[in-house]
Design a binder for this molecule. Structure first.
Ligand code: GAL
Length: 669
């Protein structure tokens, strides 16, 4: 069954209302709700005194309406009594300031008392609901994240280091603590990198980020172990925050869950009021979340109305909620839950609008979601069992991302935005992309892009070499191979361990100031239609070993020197892109790379119309998503059946898609 649902907080409403809610949900085709992930103080009103009766009644009522349950463990938001009893369980931020009570996510993930309380409430819930078949899945906590710098974390960090390096001598040598006389003679001297310590040693700072991420991975695993013991049949997930979130290694966090889920907000108010929805950003996040386990995923929170905490966000235009949800499906979502059912009357999120407004009467947004729910009752089973199938992978590395957080290299450079610029160039051309880590393996791809692949191990270099040797096309860029795994600068000529593969070395580099710019002239006739590409951030002056130049700088003292090159290596080839600018470089190279890598594209489409494909055996489902406010037409090759109305379209049909609407087609043959 395709899981279609909402995040529901029965504890926010009087019990008399619950039946109306359940009925409205059922009418909208809702078959799943997530419950209880912030209900700790209702579940355990006093230390060790549990009250599950209200939750039993809510689950029973929903079950009567054919609705299954994903239960959230409530550990993201502790009750006041717990934090009053264990004030040392508050998180300490990077400025050394301890959180106080009044929001959420204020706990330290290594605090023993917090862990014990967490495991106790999780076990009590798991024992209670092990017998209820409607509870088919669990969500652990909610959006793991913020780094803690408290004394418990400092002690745990030192243990973690001991486990990793064995001896203090090894720590000193790997981090190069001889610099500025930081040599440690006792484990307890090793600091945590709070801001009062100034710019930290990069080795220590990277290890601390890895440690913080591991702390949540461990905290999650302890909860998972309890649930697996009590409810062995159940699915377990955690709701992540998409590609944009940068404090956790999501590949590690995904390892222990059965299925990845994430929270998908196309137009939230946190970056100011946005007229345009960030649907390309959502495409990237969907693909990045699918890439964590290289498998389909759930959307645990899909935008259901105007977002808002203090500021009230722009209202989603008619059609957008359904369109965004189908976009996630097109990218591999096998479940969509809208956040939230009804807009809260109290609390920080009073203006984060749900399917229903504060008044609780169904309106335009309810009708749109009901339409989708009814459609999924008809087509959901056909969608399940299929998945996107990409020829192209973009490599994402949290080690590199963390390293750039510590040393940004150039204020204009952002690792996330650089990856996004490569992603967008392919997404615009309707090329399906997997966003993965290198360890996932590259065999199935024709083209792999490794933007600013900064922290590189010997093993990484070997994997990339094998991929190219076997016939793959690899794109590596400036700031690759700069660091080893301890975040020390390599003593090899750049790109370090990747030099032979690229067939070049970097003679020198130039980090551009805001009022500086350069341009790259493309030398190869196959790509020269793009002429010249603007550069405003970084210039590697490339010296050719075995590679051939494809582009050269136009200005400055290195005018005429290579900026982009290609190296034939084994049966494949490596393109080195030494210049970083705005999105122009990926945009200028993408069409040529698609041909070079012999990559399949879904279809040509007008700007603002996305075509994405899910494949099942010989069949495929083609999603044509019109993100514009005008009617659009598209011509597809072949023969199609429309999943919604069953109509057949033969001989390269031209199809119309209304504004902010979607067509889902099964390709025949
Ligand atoms: C998500 C979070 C929800 C809710 C929502 C709106 O990130 O998981 O609990 O806070 O944002 O702010």
């Amino acid at each position: 069954m395709f899981r279609f649902g909402v995040d529901y907080y029965p504890e926010h409403w009087s019990e008399e209302r619950w039946a109306t809610d359940a009925k409205l949900m059922q009418d909208a085709g809702i078959n799943t709700v997530r419950l209880a992930e912030f209900a700790w103080s209702k579940l355990e009103p006093q230390d060790g005194i549990f009250d599950f009766d209200w939750l039993d009644r809510a689950i029973a009522l929903l079950a009567e309406h054919g609705i299954d349950i994903i239960l959230g463990t409530p550990t993201a938001s502790p009750p006041a009594w717990l934090m009053a009893k264990h004030p040392d369980a508050f998180l300490v931020d990077e400025n050394g300031r301890q959180r106080t009570y009044g929001n959420r996510r204020e706990y330290c993930p290594t605090n023993r008392a917090y862990l014990e309380h967490s495991l106790r409430v999780v076990r009590a819930m798991a024992q209670r609901y092990a017998v209820r078949d409607e509870v088919f899945a669990w969500q652990i906590d909610n959006e793991f994240g913020d780094r803690c710098f408290c004394s418990s974390c400092a002690a745990a960090f030192r243990k973690w280091l001991e486990g990793k390096y064995g001896t203090l001598a090894a720590v000193n040598s790997e981090w190069g603590t001889v610099f500025w006389s930081h040599t440690y003679t006792h484990w307890d001297q090793i600091p945590v990198p709070i801001t009062t310590g100034g710019a930290p040693n990069p080795g220590l700072a990277l290890d601390y980020r890895r440690f913080c991420s591991d702390s949540y991975v461990r905290f999650q695993k302890r909860q998972i172990d309890v649930i697996r013991e009590e409810c062995p049949e159940t699915l377990i997930t955690h709701n992540m925050m998409g590609f944009g979130y940068d404090k956790m290694d999501y590949f590690d966090l995904a390892r222990d869950v059965d299925i990845v889920s994430w929270d998908n907000y196309q137009r939230n108010q946190f970056h100011g009021l946005q007229a345009d929805a960030d649907w390309r950003g959502s495409a990237l996040s969907n693909d990045a979340m699918r890439g964590l386990k290289r498998s389909n995923f759930w959307v645990m929170e899909q935008q259901a109305g105007p977002a808002g905490w203090d500021i009230v966000g722009v209202a989603p235009r008619p059609g957008e909620l359904r369109l965004w949800a189908y976009q996630a499906v097109a990218h591999g979502a096998d479940a969509i839950l809208f956040f939230r059912w009804r807009t809260a009357r109290w609390g920080t999120e009073e203006y984060w609008h749900g399917v229903l407004d504060h008044h609780g009467e169904p309106g335009r947004r309810y009708e749109e979601i009901r339409r989708m729910g009814q459609e999924l009752v008809r087509i959901g089973d056909e969608v399940l069992g299929s998945a996107p199938n990409a020829d192209v992978a973009i490599l994402s590395s949290y080690d590199s991302r963390f390293a750039f957080q510590i040393q940004g290299n150039n204020p204009r450079f952002s690792y996330e935005q650089y990856i996004a610029s490569w992603y967008r160039a392919f997404h615009r051309r309707n090329v399906s992309v997997d966003v993965i880590q290198l360890a996932a393996g590259l065999d199935r791809y024709r083209l792999v892009i490794a933007p600013a692949f900064h922290v590189v191990t010997d093993d990484d270099a070997k994997r990339l070499e094998e991929f190219v040797k076997a016939g793959g096309t690899l794109v590596l860029t400036a700031r690759s191979g700069v660091k080893d795994e301890t975040n020390a600068a390599t003593d090899l000529r750049l790109p370090g361990r990747l030099r032979e593969l690229c067939g070049i070395h970097v003679e020198e580099y130039d980090s551009l100031a805001p009022d500086m710019s350069n341009a790259v002239r493309l030398l190869d006739r196959r790509i020269s239609e793009h002429g010249s590409l603007a550069i405003d951030c970084w210039c590697d002056v490339v010296a050719l070993d075995t590679a051939t130049a494809l582009g050269a700088y136009e200005d400055d003292y290195y005018a005429g020197k290579p900026a982009i090159s290609i190296n034939y290596y084994g049966k494949g080839q490596t393109v080195y892109v030494g210049a970083i600018g705005s999105g122009e470089v990926p945009e200028g190279l993408a069409s040529w790379l698609i041909e070079l890598g012999r990559v399949e594209k879904a279809a040509e489409s007008p700007s603002g119309v996305e075509v994405a494909v899910r494949v099942a055996g010989d069949e495929c489902l083609v999603f044509v998503l019109n993100h514009t406010r005008e009617r659009q037409g598209i011509t597809l090759e072949g023969e199609y059946a429309d999943l919604m109305d069953g109509a057949t379209h033969r001989d390269n049909p031209r199809l119309e898609v209304p504004p902010l609407d979607v067509r889902i087609l099964r390709k025949r043959g």
